[in-house]
Write a protein that binds this ligand. Structure first.
Ligand code: A2P
Ligand code: 11C
Length: 334
Protein backbone atom coordinates (compact mmCIF):
# COMPACT_ATOMS: atom_id res chain seq x y z
CA UNK A 1 0.00 0.00 0.00
CA UNK A 2 1.32 3.45 -0.96
CA UNK A 3 2.38 5.54 2.06
CA UNK A 4 0.57 8.62 3.32
CA UNK A 5 3.05 11.46 2.98
CA UNK A 6 3.30 14.95 4.50
CA UNK A 7 5.61 17.80 3.51
CA UNK A 8 6.32 20.29 6.30
CA UNK A 9 7.41 23.59 4.76
CA UNK A 10 5.68 22.70 1.48
CA UNK A 11 5.69 26.32 0.27
CA UNK A 12 9.44 26.85 0.82
CA UNK A 13 12.34 26.60 -1.63
CA UNK A 14 13.05 22.99 -0.62
CA UNK A 15 9.40 22.00 -0.05
CA UNK A 16 8.43 22.96 -3.59
CA UNK A 17 11.32 20.87 -4.90
CA UNK A 18 10.31 17.88 -2.73
CA UNK A 19 6.88 18.03 -4.38
CA UNK A 20 8.50 18.06 -7.81
CA UNK A 21 10.80 15.11 -6.92
CA UNK A 22 7.83 13.04 -5.66
CA UNK A 23 6.01 13.80 -8.89
CA UNK A 24 8.80 13.22 -11.40
CA UNK A 25 10.24 10.13 -9.67
CA UNK A 26 6.79 8.46 -9.53
CA UNK A 27 7.08 8.10 -5.79
CA UNK A 28 4.09 6.03 -4.59
CA UNK A 29 1.79 8.40 -2.68
CA UNK A 30 -1.37 7.19 -0.93
CA UNK A 31 -2.25 10.71 0.15
CA UNK A 32 -0.28 13.94 0.36
CA UNK A 33 -0.59 16.62 3.02
CA UNK A 34 1.02 19.99 2.38
CA UNK A 35 1.87 21.79 5.63
CA UNK A 36 3.17 25.33 6.17
CA UNK A 37 2.52 28.33 8.39
CA UNK A 38 -0.89 29.93 8.89
CA UNK A 39 0.19 32.52 6.28
CA UNK A 40 -0.03 29.89 3.53
CA UNK A 41 -3.09 27.96 4.73
CA UNK A 42 -5.66 27.72 1.94
CA UNK A 43 -3.14 28.19 -0.86
CA UNK A 44 -3.72 25.80 -3.81
CA UNK A 45 -0.86 23.71 -5.18
CA UNK A 46 -0.97 21.27 -8.11
CA UNK A 47 0.23 17.67 -7.68
CA UNK A 48 -0.25 14.98 -10.34
CA UNK A 49 -3.04 16.90 -12.05
CA UNK A 50 -5.01 17.62 -8.85
CA UNK A 51 -5.17 20.74 -6.73
CA UNK A 52 -4.18 20.29 -3.07
CA UNK A 53 -4.84 22.83 -0.33
CA UNK A 54 -1.99 23.87 1.96
CA UNK A 55 -2.85 23.36 5.65
CA UNK A 56 -1.47 25.04 8.74
CA UNK A 57 0.99 22.82 10.62
CA UNK A 58 -0.44 21.78 14.01
CA UNK A 59 0.24 19.04 16.56
CA UNK A 60 -2.60 17.02 15.00
CA UNK A 61 -1.19 17.18 11.46
CA UNK A 62 0.49 13.76 11.57
CA UNK A 63 -2.41 11.43 12.42
CA UNK A 64 -2.44 8.73 9.73
CA UNK A 65 0.76 9.98 8.06
CA UNK A 66 3.50 7.36 7.35
CA UNK A 67 6.37 9.53 6.09
CA UNK A 68 6.89 13.26 6.83
CA UNK A 69 9.50 15.26 4.95
CA UNK A 70 10.45 18.29 7.05
CA UNK A 71 11.97 21.44 5.60
CA UNK A 72 10.72 24.42 7.61
CA UNK A 73 13.85 25.18 9.64
CA UNK A 74 15.43 23.78 12.80
CA UNK A 75 12.97 25.32 15.26
CA UNK A 76 9.95 23.70 13.59
CA UNK A 77 11.81 20.37 13.38
CA UNK A 78 12.79 20.45 17.06
CA UNK A 79 9.18 21.00 18.08
CA UNK A 80 7.22 18.95 15.55
CA UNK A 81 9.51 16.04 14.50
CA UNK A 82 9.11 14.31 17.91
CA UNK A 83 5.33 14.86 17.73
CA UNK A 84 5.22 13.29 14.26
CA UNK A 85 7.49 10.42 15.35
CA UNK A 86 5.27 9.73 18.38
CA UNK A 87 2.28 9.54 16.02
CA UNK A 88 4.06 6.63 14.28
CA UNK A 89 5.34 8.60 11.33
CA UNK A 90 8.94 8.33 10.04
CA UNK A 91 10.40 11.84 9.80
CA UNK A 92 13.03 12.70 7.20
CA UNK A 93 14.40 16.00 8.46
CA UNK A 94 16.27 18.53 6.37
CA UNK A 95 17.34 20.72 9.28
CA UNK A 96 20.49 20.40 11.35
CA UNK A 97 18.44 19.84 14.55
CA UNK A 98 19.04 16.08 14.92
CA UNK A 99 22.04 15.34 12.68
CA UNK A 100 24.54 14.76 15.46
CA UNK A 101 22.21 12.72 17.69
CA UNK A 102 23.77 9.24 17.98
CA UNK A 103 20.41 7.47 17.56
CA UNK A 104 19.44 9.47 14.45
CA UNK A 105 20.97 8.22 11.19
CA UNK A 106 22.46 10.75 8.76
CA UNK A 107 22.04 9.39 5.27
CA UNK A 108 23.26 9.93 1.72
CA UNK A 109 21.67 7.02 -0.19
CA UNK A 110 24.64 6.59 -2.57
CA UNK A 111 27.03 6.39 0.41
CA UNK A 112 25.45 4.84 3.53
CA UNK A 113 21.96 3.59 2.55
CA UNK A 114 21.96 0.85 5.20
CA UNK A 115 21.99 3.51 7.96
CA UNK A 116 18.45 4.56 6.96
CA UNK A 117 16.95 1.34 8.31
CA UNK A 118 18.17 1.87 11.87
CA UNK A 119 16.02 4.78 13.10
CA UNK A 120 14.97 4.01 16.68
CA UNK A 121 13.50 7.49 17.19
CA UNK A 122 11.57 7.44 13.90
CA UNK A 123 13.77 10.33 12.75
CA UNK A 124 16.26 10.22 9.86
CA UNK A 125 18.40 13.30 9.20
CA UNK A 126 19.18 14.65 5.76
CA UNK A 127 22.74 16.06 5.75
CA UNK A 128 23.83 19.63 5.03
CA UNK A 129 23.76 20.47 1.32
CA UNK A 130 27.43 21.45 0.98
CA UNK A 131 28.46 18.29 2.81
CA UNK A 132 26.33 16.07 0.53
CA UNK A 133 27.71 17.58 -2.67
CA UNK A 134 31.32 17.43 -1.43
CA UNK A 135 30.93 13.80 -0.36
CA UNK A 136 29.32 12.84 -3.68
CA UNK A 137 32.65 13.87 -5.25
CA UNK A 138 34.85 12.34 -2.55
CA UNK A 139 33.11 9.02 -1.84
CA UNK A 140 34.21 7.21 -5.05
CA UNK A 141 37.79 8.36 -4.33
CA UNK A 142 37.48 7.34 -0.67
CA UNK A 143 36.46 3.82 -1.79
CA UNK A 144 39.67 3.54 -3.85
CA UNK A 145 42.19 5.36 -1.72
CA UNK A 146 40.86 5.93 1.82
CA UNK A 147 40.08 9.55 2.72
CA UNK A 148 42.26 11.19 5.37
CA UNK A 149 42.04 15.00 5.17
CA UNK A 150 39.78 17.50 3.38
CA UNK A 151 40.66 21.16 2.71
CA UNK A 152 37.73 22.97 1.09
CA UNK A 153 36.20 26.31 0.12
CA UNK A 154 32.54 26.49 -0.81
CA UNK A 155 30.72 28.87 -3.15
CA UNK A 156 27.11 28.67 -1.95
CA UNK A 157 24.05 29.92 -3.83
CA UNK A 158 21.48 32.25 -2.26
CA UNK A 159 18.69 29.64 -2.53
CA UNK A 160 20.48 27.94 0.38
CA UNK A 161 18.88 30.70 2.46
CA UNK A 162 15.41 29.87 1.12
CA UNK A 163 13.03 31.95 -0.99
CA UNK A 164 14.09 35.12 0.86
CA UNK A 165 17.70 34.68 -0.27
CA UNK A 166 16.63 34.44 -3.91
CA UNK A 167 14.47 37.56 -3.56
CA UNK A 168 17.30 39.50 -1.86
CA UNK A 169 19.76 38.83 -4.69
CA UNK A 170 17.23 39.72 -7.38
CA UNK A 171 16.13 42.94 -5.66
CA UNK A 172 19.69 44.07 -4.95
CA UNK A 173 20.91 43.34 -8.50
CA UNK A 174 18.05 45.46 -9.88
CA UNK A 175 18.80 48.25 -7.38
CA UNK A 176 22.52 48.32 -8.23
CA UNK A 177 21.93 48.24 -12.00
CA UNK A 178 19.26 50.97 -11.75
CA UNK A 179 21.45 53.10 -9.45
CA UNK A 180 19.05 52.85 -6.48
CA UNK A 181 20.08 52.29 -2.83
CA UNK A 182 20.56 48.65 -1.83
CA UNK A 183 18.24 47.27 0.89
CA UNK A 184 19.52 44.44 3.14
CA UNK A 185 17.05 42.07 4.80
CA UNK A 186 18.55 38.57 4.70
CA UNK A 187 22.34 39.04 4.69
CA UNK A 188 24.39 41.40 6.87
CA UNK A 189 26.18 42.79 3.79
CA UNK A 190 25.19 43.36 0.16
CA UNK A 191 25.16 40.04 -1.75
CA UNK A 192 24.70 41.49 -5.25
CA UNK A 193 28.11 41.73 -7.00
CA UNK A 194 29.79 40.66 -3.74
CA UNK A 195 30.98 37.59 -1.74
CA UNK A 196 30.12 36.93 1.91
CA UNK A 197 32.51 34.65 3.84
CA UNK A 198 29.99 33.77 6.54
CA UNK A 199 27.28 31.10 6.37
CA UNK A 200 25.40 30.30 9.58
CA UNK A 201 26.70 31.73 12.88
CA UNK A 202 30.26 31.87 14.18
CA UNK A 203 31.49 29.44 16.84
CA UNK A 204 34.19 29.98 19.48
CA UNK A 205 37.05 28.62 17.35
CA UNK A 206 36.43 31.13 14.53
CA UNK A 207 34.77 28.62 12.19
CA UNK A 208 31.08 29.01 11.32
CA UNK A 209 28.53 26.30 12.09
CA UNK A 210 28.20 25.62 8.35
CA UNK A 211 31.97 24.93 8.17
CA UNK A 212 31.83 22.57 11.15
CA UNK A 213 28.95 20.63 9.53
CA UNK A 214 31.37 19.49 6.83
CA UNK A 215 33.65 18.07 9.55
CA UNK A 216 31.05 16.54 11.88
CA UNK A 217 28.62 15.31 9.25
CA UNK A 218 31.42 14.02 7.01
CA UNK A 219 32.78 11.92 9.89
CA UNK A 220 29.35 10.49 10.67
CA UNK A 221 28.26 9.69 7.09
CA UNK A 222 31.58 8.09 6.14
CA UNK A 223 32.04 6.40 9.56
CA UNK A 224 35.47 8.07 9.73
CA UNK A 225 35.75 9.52 13.27
CA UNK A 226 39.35 10.62 12.65
CA UNK A 227 38.67 12.47 9.38
CA UNK A 228 40.31 15.92 9.32
CA UNK A 229 38.44 18.77 7.64
CA UNK A 230 39.12 22.48 7.27
CA UNK A 231 36.68 24.59 5.33
CA UNK A 232 35.68 28.18 4.46
CA UNK A 233 32.04 28.59 3.39
CA UNK A 234 31.21 31.58 1.19
CA UNK A 235 27.84 32.91 -0.04
CA UNK A 236 28.04 33.90 -3.71
CA UNK A 237 25.59 35.85 -5.92
CA UNK A 238 24.39 32.73 -7.73
CA UNK A 239 20.71 31.70 -7.63
CA UNK A 240 21.14 28.00 -7.39
CA UNK A 241 23.74 25.16 -7.14
CA UNK A 242 26.61 25.14 -4.68
CA UNK A 243 30.22 24.71 -5.86
CA UNK A 244 33.10 23.45 -3.76
CA UNK A 245 36.85 23.58 -4.36
CA UNK A 246 38.33 20.56 -2.57
CA UNK A 247 41.81 19.26 -1.82
CA UNK A 248 41.63 15.72 -0.45
CA UNK A 249 44.51 13.72 0.99
CA UNK A 250 44.37 9.93 1.03
CA UNK A 251 45.86 6.93 2.88
CA UNK A 252 46.80 4.89 -0.21
CA UNK A 253 48.93 6.18 -3.11
CA UNK A 254 46.76 8.15 -5.57
CA UNK A 255 47.04 8.46 -9.33
CA UNK A 256 44.85 10.41 -11.74
CA UNK A 257 43.89 7.51 -13.98
CA UNK A 258 42.52 5.42 -11.11
CA UNK A 259 40.88 8.50 -9.61
CA UNK A 260 39.08 9.29 -12.85
CA UNK A 261 37.92 5.71 -13.30
CA UNK A 262 36.46 5.76 -9.76
CA UNK A 263 33.43 7.66 -11.11
CA UNK A 264 32.50 5.08 -13.76
CA UNK A 265 29.05 3.63 -13.12
CA UNK A 266 28.52 5.69 -9.96
CA UNK A 267 24.97 7.03 -9.66
CA UNK A 268 24.44 10.74 -9.00
CA UNK A 269 27.95 11.92 -9.86
CA UNK A 270 29.83 12.32 -13.15
CA UNK A 271 33.12 13.71 -14.40
CA UNK A 272 32.92 16.83 -16.57
CA UNK A 273 36.62 17.29 -16.92
CA UNK A 274 38.42 18.09 -20.14
CA UNK A 275 40.28 21.38 -19.65
CA UNK A 276 41.96 21.12 -23.06
CA UNK A 277 38.52 21.44 -24.66
CA UNK A 278 37.33 24.05 -22.14
CA UNK A 279 35.15 21.49 -20.35
CA UNK A 280 34.62 21.99 -16.62
CA UNK A 281 31.41 22.24 -14.62
CA UNK A 282 29.70 25.47 -13.52
CA UNK A 283 26.79 25.83 -11.10
CA UNK A 284 24.46 26.40 -14.07
CA UNK A 285 25.38 22.93 -15.39
CA UNK A 286 23.96 21.20 -12.32
CA UNK A 287 20.99 23.54 -11.74
CA UNK A 288 17.60 21.75 -11.85
CA UNK A 289 19.37 18.42 -12.34
CA UNK A 290 20.07 15.40 -10.15
CA UNK A 291 23.76 14.90 -10.97
CA UNK A 292 26.79 16.40 -9.21
CA UNK A 293 29.60 17.20 -11.67
CA UNK A 294 33.30 16.91 -10.89
CA UNK A 295 36.01 18.70 -12.87
CA UNK A 296 39.45 20.31 -12.66
CA UNK A 297 40.77 17.12 -11.07
CA UNK A 298 44.55 17.16 -10.69
CA UNK A 299 47.37 15.88 -8.45
CA UNK A 300 47.79 18.50 -5.73
CA UNK A 301 51.21 20.11 -5.83
CA UNK A 302 51.37 21.32 -2.21
CA UNK A 303 50.00 18.36 -0.23
CA UNK A 304 51.40 14.83 -0.43
CA UNK A 305 49.22 12.11 -1.88
CA UNK A 306 46.34 14.45 -2.54
CA UNK A 307 43.94 15.38 -5.33
CA UNK A 308 42.41 18.80 -5.95
CA UNK A 309 39.04 19.05 -7.67
CA UNK A 310 35.95 21.21 -8.20
CA UNK A 311 32.41 19.90 -7.73
CA UNK A 312 29.03 21.48 -8.42
CA UNK A 313 25.57 20.24 -7.42
CA UNK A 314 22.04 21.59 -7.18
CA UNK A 315 21.81 22.02 -3.44
CA UNK A 316 18.03 22.40 -3.46
CA UNK A 317 17.78 18.99 -5.19
CA UNK A 318 20.67 16.65 -4.33
CA UNK A 319 21.63 18.83 -1.36
CA UNK A 320 18.12 18.69 0.11
CA UNK A 321 14.87 17.65 -1.61
CA UNK A 322 16.16 14.85 -3.86
CA UNK A 323 18.31 13.32 -1.12
CA UNK A 324 15.30 13.35 1.25
CA UNK A 325 13.05 11.72 -1.36
CA UNK A 326 15.77 9.12 -2.09
CA UNK A 327 15.80 8.27 1.65
CA UNK A 328 12.00 7.87 1.51
CA UNK A 329 12.46 5.57 -1.52
CA UNK A 330 14.87 3.40 0.49
CA UNK A 331 12.17 2.97 3.15
CA UNK A 332 9.38 2.27 0.65
CA UNK A 333 11.39 -0.15 -1.51
CA UNK A 334 12.48 -2.28 1.40
P1 A2P B 1 5.24 29.77 4.78
O1 A2P B 1 5.45 29.84 3.29
O2 A2P B 1 3.79 29.64 5.14
O3 A2P B 1 5.97 30.83 5.54
P2 A2P B 1 12.10 28.82 2.90
O4 A2P B 1 13.19 27.88 3.36
O5 A2P B 1 12.02 28.91 1.42
O6 A2P B 1 12.15 30.14 3.58
O7 A2P B 1 10.71 28.15 3.37
C1 A2P B 1 10.40 27.85 4.70
C2 A2P B 1 9.17 26.95 4.78
O8 A2P B 1 8.86 26.73 6.17
C3 A2P B 1 7.92 27.54 4.16
O9 A2P B 1 7.11 26.54 3.61
C4 A2P B 1 7.25 28.17 5.38
O10 A2P B 1 5.85 28.34 5.24
C5 A2P B 1 7.53 27.12 6.41
N1 A2P B 1 7.37 27.68 7.75
C6 A2P B 1 7.98 28.75 8.27
N2 A2P B 1 7.53 28.99 9.53
C7 A2P B 1 6.61 28.04 9.80
C8 A2P B 1 5.76 27.74 10.91
N3 A2P B 1 5.78 28.48 12.02
N4 A2P B 1 4.92 26.67 10.81
C9 A2P B 1 4.89 25.94 9.69
N5 A2P B 1 5.66 26.16 8.60
C10 A2P B 1 6.50 27.19 8.65
C1 11C C 1 23.04 27.38 3.03
N1 11C C 1 23.74 25.12 3.44
O1 11C C 1 23.39 27.30 1.85
C2 11C C 1 22.91 26.18 3.88
C3 11C C 1 21.45 25.85 3.98
O2 11C C 1 22.52 22.80 7.49
O3 11C C 1 21.15 22.22 5.95
C4 11C C 1 21.18 24.55 4.69
C5 11C C 1 21.74 24.51 6.09
C6 11C C 1 21.79 23.09 6.54
O4 11C C 1 22.76 28.44 3.58
Amino acid sequence: QAPHVAIVGATGAVGVEILSCLETRNFPVGSLKLLASARSAGKQVAFRGKMLTVEELTEKSFDGVDIALFSAGGGISLKFAPIAAAAGCVVIDNSSAFRQEPDVPLVVPEINPEAAFNHPRNIIANPNCTTIITLMALFPLHQRFGLKTVIASSYQAVSGSGQHGIAELETQVRAVVDGHPVVKNVYPHQIAFNLLPQIDSFTENGYTKEELKMLNEGRKILSLPELKVTCTCVRVPVYRSHSISVTAQFEKPVDLETARSAYEGKPGVALMDNPAEGVWPTPLDSTNGDTCYVGRMRMDMAIDNALTLWVVGDQVRKGAALNAVQIAELLVNR
